[in-house]
Design a protein around this ligand. Structure first.
Ligand SMILES: *Cc1c(COP(=O)(O)O)cnc(C)c1O
Length: 349
C-alpha cells in the first residue's frame, strides 16, 4: 500500500550547500576543508549532504556517534569518516568493523586503540573542557606508537572573535602541534575559519556554515540551504472578534482569511515564534502573511487575507531565515536545524 505523500516539505538546496563549502574552503586557503555532518547532517539528511559534498571534492567528514556511521550506508571512494565521540569500552569490537576512525578522547581509548594497530584521530582539549586529552597527557608519551592521522582541538568561542580564549587555545594547540607527530592538525569549526590564518592548520571542520548558519568567513557570504513549505489543509474565514488557536491569543480585527498548514512545534517550528511580538510568517507571492494564533504541535495558521487567492491543497513557503528565526524564537541556528523533525518530505534541489 502506498502512503499518501507528506503535506510538509523541507527543501535542501544542494547547490547552496556546495557553494557554502567552496566559500569556506576558499577562506581556509591551503588547509583541507572537511564537513561536520553529525545529527543527520544538522537535520538536513547526512547521506545526501555527504554525497553532494563528496562530489564537490570534500574528503573529510565527521559524525558524533557510531550509529551515524551506520546510517550513512557506504562511503564514496576516497572519503574519510571520523567519529568525534571516540568509543565506549563496549563499542570497540563493533567499531572496528565500520569504515570510520574514532577520534580518541581519553587515555583509556588511546591504550585500547593502540593494541589494534590501526590509524586514528585524537582530540586534545585546549580550553573547552568537554572531550579530549589534556595538553599534559598529549605530550606525556601516552601517544607514542599510535598512528595519528589528524590531531584535533576544538574552540569554545569561535563565534566571538574578540574573546581572548581563542588566542589562548590557538597558542596551546600550536604548542602541541610542535611536539606531537601527526599527518595533519585541525582546530577550526565554521567560526574558527574566519579568525585568521593561524587557526587553520592542515584541516578545518565546518558544520553550521555549510548549512547557511552563522555569518560566514567574510561576513554574510553564505547561502540559505534549508526551506520549509507546507500544503494548505484548510482555508477559513473568521470575523472581527473571533479568536484563533490554543489560548485564543489572536483575535481578528477585520474579516480574515486563514490558511492552516501541517507544520507545528513537533516539526521543529518553534512555538516561541508565536509569542509577541509575533514574528513567524508565510511568504506568498512576496507578501508576508503573519502567523495567527499559537503554533500547535502539528499545525500553524497564517493570515492570508492580503495574499492572492489561495486554494486548499496549494503549497506555501514559510519564512525560515535562520538568523532572524533564531533571534525571534530564542534559539540558536544549530537548534533550529537539528530540531526539524522526521515528518517532512525532504526534497533535494
Ligand atoms: C560540531 C563540531 C564542529 C562543527 O562546528 P560548527 O560550529 O557547526 O562549524 C567542528 N568540530 C567539532 C569537534 C564539532 O563537534
Amino acid at each position: 500500500m502506498e502512503t499518501p505523500p507528506p503535506t510538509a516539505r523541507l527543501t535542501i538546496d544542494t547547490g547552496a550547500l556546495v557553494a557554502n563549502w567552496r566559500t569556506l574552503a576558499a577562506a581556509a586557503a591551503g588547509a583541507d576543508c572537511g564537513a561536520a555532518i553529525k545529527a543527520d547532517g544538522y537535520g538536513l539528511g547526512a547521506p545526501a549532504v555527504l554525497a553532494a559534498l563528496a562530489r564537490a571534492g570534500a574528503r573529510d567528514f565527521f559524525v558524533a556517534h557510531w550509529q551515524e556511521v551506520t546510517a550513512l550506508g557506504g562511503l564514496p571512494a576516497g572519503v574519510r569518516l571520523a567519529v568525534l565521540h571516540g568509543f565506549a569500552p563496549d563499542q570497540l569490537a563493533a567499531a572496528l568493523a565500520w569504515p570510520a576512525v574514532p577520534v580518541l578522547n581519553t587515555a583509556a581509548q588511546v591504550q585500547a586503540w593502540r593494541a589494534t594497530g590501526r590509524p586514528c584521530d585524537v582530540m586534545v582539549d585546549t580550553g573547552l573542557n568537554r572531550l579530549g586529552l589534556s595538553p599534559a597527557e598529549a605530550v606525556s608519551g601516552l601517544l607514542d606508537g599510535l598512528t595519528i592521522d589528524t590531531l584535533h582541538s576544538h574552540l569554545a568561542c569561535a563565534e566571538m572573535p574578540g574573546d581572548p580564549l581563542n588566542e589562548r587555545q590557538r597558542a596551546a594547540f600550536a604548542d602541541i602541534v610542535a611536539r606531537v607527530p601527526a599527518r595533519r592538525y585541525a582546530l577550526a569549526n565554521s567560526g574558527g575559519i574566519g579568525l585568521g590564518a593561524g587557526y587553520r592548520f592542515g584541516l578545518v571542520r565546518p558544520g553550521i556554515g555549510l548549512f547557511g548558519g552563522g555569518d560566514g568567513p567574510n561576513g554574510g557570504d553564505l547561502r540559505r540551504v534549508a526551506g520549509l513549505s507546507a500544503q494548505i489543509l484548510q482555508i477559513r474565514q473568521v470575523e472581527p472578534g473571533d479568536s484563533v488557536g490554543y489560548g485564543a491569543t489572536f483575535t481578528a480585527r477585520r474579516p480574515t482569511r486563514l490558511a492552516t498548514v501541517a507544520i507545528g512545534y513537533a516539526d521543529g517550528y518553534p512555538r516561541s515564534l508565536s509569542d509577541p511580538p509575533v514574528s513567524a510568517a508565510a511568504m506568498i507571492a512576496g507578501i508576508r502573511c503573519p502567523l495567527a494564533g499559537r503554533i500547535s504541535m502539528d499545525l500553524a495558521s497564517f493570515d492570508v487575507t492580503d495574499a492572492p487567492t489561495l486554494a486548499e491543497g496549494d503549497w506555501i513557503d514559510l519564512d525560515f531565515d535562520l538568523a532572524r528565526t533564531a533571534v525571534a524564537a530564542g534559539r540558536t541556528q544549530y537548534e533550529l536545524l537539528t530540531g526539524l523533525g522526521r515528518r517532512y518530505a525532504r526534497v533535494y534541489r
